[in-house]
Design a protein around this ligand. Structure first.
Ligand code: FES
Length: 236
């Protein structure tokens, strides 16, 4: 075990843990967007930045190793200011029509913008993205005007389903998630398992099957048995 100090509290964690894991073990919340414990690490969104005393740069806690004796601050004024800018950058091409979004009330981006008081982005230059959203499949709606490029869907498709139906297309400001040749999902190796929809932290990927049937805070979750492939997995 190693010992580090987080927000003034001594925390013990197994060697090899990340700073984020140490925070979680100590019950200290750190915001995350690209991180998912079931997926390979990406360290791309930077929402989980923390300050390590004596180091000039903030560290992405989901990929930074916990080290013996370090002193970590998760909500210092500098970290809060950095997270606000990060939210503005992540939202730069995000369509903020939350009131009609299927994920309203169950969206990590919305939660963090509310928590950090981010109402708009200085970086969108007044040009909303206008990606088409009509993918003629019966299950998923893909609205990349709400995508923040966390790549959780790509990693879920590659590592859990092993379908590799989607990947990152283009680079920089024009980067987006796409199938090969940017075609429809029905023409790709997608098996419509729903993993990508389950891990998406925003309204970029939603279910057409449950659309309009109730907000997340209006419906109760129950355990059920999936009959998709015959294995009989139990799901919420
Ligand atoms: Fe750590 Fe995205 S959650 S970089």
């Amino acid at each position: 075990m190693i010992t580090l100090t987080i927000n003034g509290k001594e925390v013990q964690t197994p060697e090899g843990s990340t700073i984020l894991e140490a925070c979680q073990q100590a019950g200290i919340p750190v915001p995350t967007l690209c991180y998912d414990p079931d997926l390979r690490l990406a360290g791309s969104c930077r929402m989980c930045l923390v300050e390590i005393k004596g180091r000039p740069l903030y560290a992405a806690s989901c990929v930074a190793p916990a080290e013996n004796g370090i002193i970590v601050e998760t909500e210092s004024p500098g970290i809060v200011a950095a997270r606000k800018v990060i939210l503005e950058l992540l939202s730069a091409r995000h369509n903020f029509n939350c009131q009609v979004c299927e994920k309203n009330g169950n969206c990590k981006l919305q939660d963090y913008c509310y928590q950090y008081g981010v109402k708009e982005s200085r970086f969108n230059y007044g040009e909303p993205t206008n990606y088409p959203i009509n993918d003629p499949n019966p299950f998923f709606e893909r609205d990349y005007n709400k995508c923040i490029m966390c790549t959780r869907c790509v990693r879920a498709c590659e590592d859990i389903t092993i379908a590799r139906a989607i990947s990152v297309d283009n680079r920089g400001h024009h980067a987006k998630i796409a199938t090969a040749f940017d075609g429809n999902l029905t023409d790709s190796p997608c098996v419509f398992c729903g993993q990508c929809v389950m891990v998406c932290p925003t309204g970029a990927l939603t279910s057409k099957v449950s659309a309009g049937l109730g907000r997340s805070y209006e419906v109760d979750k129950v355990l059920t048995t999936c009959s998709y492939c015959g294995t009989g997995c139990t799901l919420e």
